[in-house]
Design a protein around this ligand. Structure first.
Ligand SMILES: [Zn+2]
Length: 211
C-alpha cells in the first residue's frame, strides 16, 4: 500500500483491535498501520459489516503526492476531488476519476460516443510515438471491468454516473490517472525541454535545429 501521509509504498503491517464500550466488544474494530518511512500512524475504523466498508480516520483525505505542474487545471481539479472523495465514497471517487480520464483522452483527440469506445481508440493508436506503454495498456483496459463498466456507457450525458465499485478499484482508477499524467503531460514536456536545450546548443554552434 501507499502511505496516505507521505505516499511512499510500504508492506502492509495492519494491527486489528476491538472498539470496546463498558469493556464489551461492540463489533466495531480499528486497524492501525505504521509507515516505516514517515513514522506516521494510519488509522481505519472497521464497522461490523466488514473490511470493505472500512473508513480512513487518520489522515483525513489521501495524500497522493503533488500533481505535476504540466497537468491542466481542469483535469487536476477533478483528480484532487476524486482523491478527496476516496475515503468517504469510493463510488463518487471512481466517477470523478472516469470523468478525468475521459477529459484527458478527449484533449488528445480520442473522442467517441462513450468512454469505453474512447479507450478502444487509445489502445488502437497506430502512431508509435503516441502509443501508451504496455503496462499502462493493461491497466487502462482493466478499468472497463470495474462495476460492469461496459454495461454503463459513460457518455456526455452520463459522465458522472455512479457505478458500484470496490474501494481498491476506485484507488486503482487514481493510480491509472497518475500514469496518464506522466504519459500525456510530463513526458512530452520533458521531451520538448530536451529538444529546446539541444536546439539552443546547435544554434550556438551555427547548425540547423533538430527534427
Ligand atoms: Zn509515510
Amino acid at each position: 500500500m501507499k502511505c496516505p501521509h507521505c505516499t511512499i509504498a510500504f508492506h502492509e503491517n495492519w494491527q486489528d483491535d476491538h472498539i470496546l464500550r463498558n469493556r464489551q466488544v461492540t463489533g466495531w474494530m480499528y486497524k492501525t498501520a505504521l509507515c516505516p518511512s514517515c513514522r506516521e500512524l494510519i488509522i481505519r475504523i472497521v464497522p461490523p459489516s466488514g473490511i470493505l466498508n472500512s473508513i480512513l480516520l487518520h489522515p483525513q483525505g489521501t495524500n497522493r503526492g503533488p500533481i505535476p505542474p504540466e497537468v491542466p487545471a481542469n483535469i487536476a481539479g477533478d483528480y484532487i476531488e476524486a482523491c478527496n472523495a476516496l475515503p468517504i465514497s469510493p463510488k463518487a471517487s471512481a466517477a470523478l476519476a472516469r470523468r478525468c480520464l475521459q477529459n484527458i483522452l478527449r484533449a488528445h483527440g480520442y473522442k467517441d460516443r462513450d468512454l469505453s469506445k474512447e479507450i478502444d481508440q487509445l489502445l488502437n493508436e497506430k502512431d508509435a510515438s503516441k502509443a501508451i506503454p504496455s503496462t499502462l495498456r493493461v491497466t487502462v483496459d482493466g478499468i472497463r471491468n470495474f462495476g460492469n463498466f461496459s454495461a454503463h456507457p459513460i457518455t456526455d450525458t452520463t459522465t458522472l454516473q455512479i457505478i458500484d465499485v470496490e474501494p481498491h478499484e476506485a484507488e486503482w482508477c487514481l493510480e491509472i490517472l497518475e500514469e496518464m499524467f506522466d504519459h500525456f503531460y510530463v513526458k512530452p514536456a520533458q521531451a520538448a525541454a530536451r529538444k529546446a536545450a539541444l536546439d539552443a546548443k546547435l544554434k550556438a554552434a551555427g547548425k540547423p535545429s533538430s527534427k
